[in-house]
Design a protein around this ligand. Structure first.
Ligand code: ADP
Length: 772
């Protein structure tokens, strides 16, 4: 019984009971018996939706009650807010909850008043680096989805963060929550933790494969679907589920596929919608359209009106939340989703269809099967306890061979073991510098000792490997002037400290520093090309066929006189760093961007790789990204950008945010180099990206509630600066915000207008039209 859990603060058990949680689920009971509410470390490897969150809550609440703070580490920034909201229900018992997101360079001192803190592992790592004092007050840390230590990109940070926290805080309770994996015992061994390894689920799950007219289940039964008219397997399953009053979650392998599937499935769902649902769906669709007026937003709203939706990481957060809520309420009958976010979001459904069990993998060069772990996590979303009699999860087979293959591959198979990815160089580069910069380790031996505390060390049978890579990494950091060594003592240089605090990959920092130095010397792709060949007409990065006259401006910059870097040059510089996620070159791009490189060569900092070099491809992809950023900072519509580069609005935002952050790092590094001129140029480029505007709008777009579109309309109406806006005629402002009085008032108030209140007379349509 919840009431029997030791160490819980007064009132919590009653509160949980009134919320319908009276008895612990068996894995929860096991966790309590293992001492999770009494400070014991624990690894809980249990299926999705089996109540891991409650285990975390029992641990955190009892830990705070004993004294100290609790930290909850989420795998995705998008989940931090959601988790914090869940924990806020305990604020009534005197616990305060804080979320740490965004700004990488703060030390999170604002959080020191909170009892429960939610953050991503990247954020926690950065807080430790920036010396957040409250880290020492932690008594409990929870790592959600700890199986993600297996992830190539983000796994090492989680792994190192946990190792660091454990070394820094004595007797720290670590609670690691994991999906069912093949080697939970190894994770427990690494963390010196008790283990709960269970396959128990609160609701029965049947798994199977759809083939022909019906589903073949794991218990040997077969079931015909109650539909005939549907033209695809997925549609048939959705229709059958609908007839039974249930909802379906369909997993596909790309955003585009998610959108296309929602469009098609909307034709199935639209037939069986009740009047109440129709009303509700219309409201949700309106809210979706209100978030932004992009094509994605429209497509989503159109599908939602018919009872279907798509869900992927390219959607705006507000869109995702609207979809999740309406699906949980059962107004939306089917959601087609990419697995990225759906794995962490609590959106159970009567049926789950894993439509695509392969996805494109650029590194492996083709379609690759999903892991058993991933497919089982998707399966786990089937069935809503208390609402559905059971859950069903199915894969789709096209022929009999595939039917058997899918059974072997996913239905009968055990999930893979989790393997550390720490020995990869970018990860070690970052973490070794951080360990030295924070004074955490000051000798190479101590560094090896610390790395010996990681999961990697627990798992590897080649202990020499980590040592070797670490040596290479240290050499790299010394060569770039981030770390120095004196009598065997390692110390970070001032630049090294800065790089670690900025939370960029040291290789990104090295690229930025090189680019800024090149700018100081006036070295650009054009000068590099001329110097390399001794003749401007000879090959640089362009082929003979693409030769053009060098214009006079490029000549003047090529003399070695340092000119201030342009925004485009800086966008290209930040896009070349390993921290910027690359845009791929599509067919035809190579030619187009090679030409662009030639046209703008006098702006591109440092020398360009030759066209036959392998690095040229990356350099050109960076140019494509730079062009996207320039388009954004030239006020091109998001829809047009999305179309031009084949990306979603969420991707544009992602790139923009990353560019902002890297430009911020570049600005600080320029300061470190005492390069005042470049620092000013970088600041301006950063603002252009931040607001997404041309230079002349920088002043206006910085006003709260203005934004890029309104700033442009104000400017066109003759209001060109904040000063103009402060003295502006209200009718003009009203026109720029398309007649929205409240918004106009807010803007005027934000800019300090002496009399922001609108009078009704000025709100007439004529004035608005005139301003347009
Ligand atoms: P997981 O984190 O394992 O995916 P959750 O913690 O989100 O799963 O739990 C899934 C659902 O089960 C939640 O809605 C939660 O309120 C409910 N739940 C958890 N524990 C219990 C319990 N002991 N009794 C009843 N419901 C529970």
């Amino acid at each position: 019984k919840v009431a029997d859990v030791p160490g819980l603060p007064e009132g919590v058990a009653d509160h949980l009971e009134s919320g319908g949680i009276e008895e612990l689920y068996p894995p929860q009971a096991e966790a309590v018996e293992a001492g999770v509410a009494e400070g014991e470390s624990l690894v809980a490897s249990v299926p999705t939706a089996s109540g891991k969150t409650l285990v975390a809550e029992l641990a955190m609440l009892s830990a705070v009650e004993r004294g100290g703070k609790a930290l909850y580490i989420v795998p995705l920034r998008a989940l931090a807010g959601e988790k914090a909201t869940e924990f806020e229900e305990f604020e009534q018992f005197g616990f305060s909850v804080g979320v740490s997101t965004g700004n990488y360079e703060d030390d999170g001192s604002r959080l020191s008043g909170n009892d429960i803190i939610v953050a991503t592992s990247e954020k926690v790592d950065s807080l430790v680096r920036n010396g957040a004092g409250w880290i020492d007050d932690l008594s409990c840390v929870v790592a959600d989805e700890v199986h993600l230590v297996d992830d190539d990109h983000r796994g090492p940070t989680l792994e190192v963060t946990l190792a660091k926290l454990r070394q820094r805080v004595q007797d720290l309770q670590v609670v690691a929550l994991s999906a069912t994996v093949g080697n939970a015992d190894e994770i427990a061994e690494w963390l010196d933790a008790e283990l709960v390894d269970s396959t128990w689920r609160p609701i029965d799950l049947r798994t199977g494969v759809h083939y022909g007219q019906g589903v073949h289940y794991d218990d040997g039964t077969q079931e015909e679907l109650a539909t005939g008219g549907s033209d695809s397997q997925t549609a048939a399953i959705v229709e059958d589920t609908l007839q039974d009053g249930g909802s379906t979650l369909v997993f596909v392998n790309s955003r585009r596929n998610a959108e296309a599937a929602a469009r098609r499935l909307a034709d199935v769902t639209k037939q069986g919608i009740s009047d109440d649902d129709r009303q509700r769906l219309r409201e949700v669709a309106d809210e979706i359209r209100g978030v932004s007026d992009t094509e994605t937003s429209d497509d989503l709203a159109d599908a939602v009106e018919k009872g279907a939706a798509f869900h992927h990481a390219g959607l705006a957060r507000e869109h995702r939340e609207l979809v999740e809520d309406a699906f949980r309420e059962r107004a939306i009958k089917v959601v087609s989703a990419t697995p990225t976010l759906a794995a962490g979001v609590n959106t159970p459904s009567r049926r789950v269809v894993v439509r695509d069990w392969q996805r494109y993998d650029g590194t492996a060069g083709g379609m690759q099967p999903l892991s058993v772990l991933e497919v089982h996590q998707m399966f786990g979303r089937a069935g809503r306890p208390g609402r559905d009699p059971y859950g069903e999860a199915v894969l789709l087979a096209n022929n009999h061979d595939e039917l058997e293959e899918l059974f072997d591959r996913y239905i009968y198979a055990e999930p893979e073991p989790v393997r550390s990815k720490l020995a990869a160089e970018p990860a070690l580069r970052t973490h070794v510098l951080a360990a030295v910069a924070t004074g955490f380790t000051t000798t190479e031996d101590a560094l090896h000792e610390f790395l010996g505390e990681t999961l990697y060390a627990t798992q590897t049978d080649d202990p020499g490997r980590l040592k070797r890579v670490t040596k290479d990494v240290l050499a790299y950091l010394e060569r770039n002037g981030f770390v120095e060594r004196e009598d065997g003592t390692l110390r970070a240089t001032s630049t090294g400290h800065l790089v670690s605090q900025l939370y960029v990959d040291p290789m990104s920092a090295a690229t930025l520093v090189d680019g800024l130095r090149a700018a100081e010397r006036g070295e650009t792709a054009s000068s590099g090309r001329q110097r390399a060949s001794g003749d401007p007409e000879e090959a640089g990065f362009q082929t003979a066929g693409e030769m053009q006259e060098t214009d006079s401006e490029a000549d003047s910059d090529a003399d070695g006189e340092g000119a201030s870097p342009t925004p485009f040059g800086l966008f290209h510089l930040v896009s070349r760093t390993p921290d910027m996620y690359e845009l791929y070159l599509r067919s035809g791009d190579r030619e187009q961007y090679t030409e662009l490189a030639y046209e703008r060569e006098d702006e591109l900092l440092g020398s360009a790789p030759r066209e036959e070099e392998a690095a040229f491809e990356d350099w050109l992809s960076a140019l494509k990204t730079a062009k996207l950023l320039e388009d954004w900072a030239s006020e091109l519509d998001e829809d047009r950008i999305a179309e031009r580069y084949g990306v979603g609005p969420g991707d544009i935002r992602g790139k923009v945010e990353t560019a902002e952050w890297l430009l911020h790092a570049a600005e600080r590094l320029a300061g470190d180099l005492d390069d005042v001129e470049s620092a000013a140029a970088v600041r301006e480029a950063r603002k252009r990206v931040e607001y997404g505007v041309r230079e002349e709008l920088l002043d206006l777009a910085g006003v709260r509630d203005v934004g890029r579109k309104r700033a442009r309309r104000l400017y066109n109406a003759g209001i060109e600066s904040r000063a103009d806006l402060r003295n502006a005629e209200k009718s003009l402002v009203l026109g720029a915000v398309r007649g929205r009085e409240k918004t106009a008032e807010r803007i005027l108030e934000n800019v300090g207008h002496p009399d922001p209140e609108m009078d009704a007379v000025s709100a007439d349509a004529d004035a608005a039209a005139a301003a347009e």
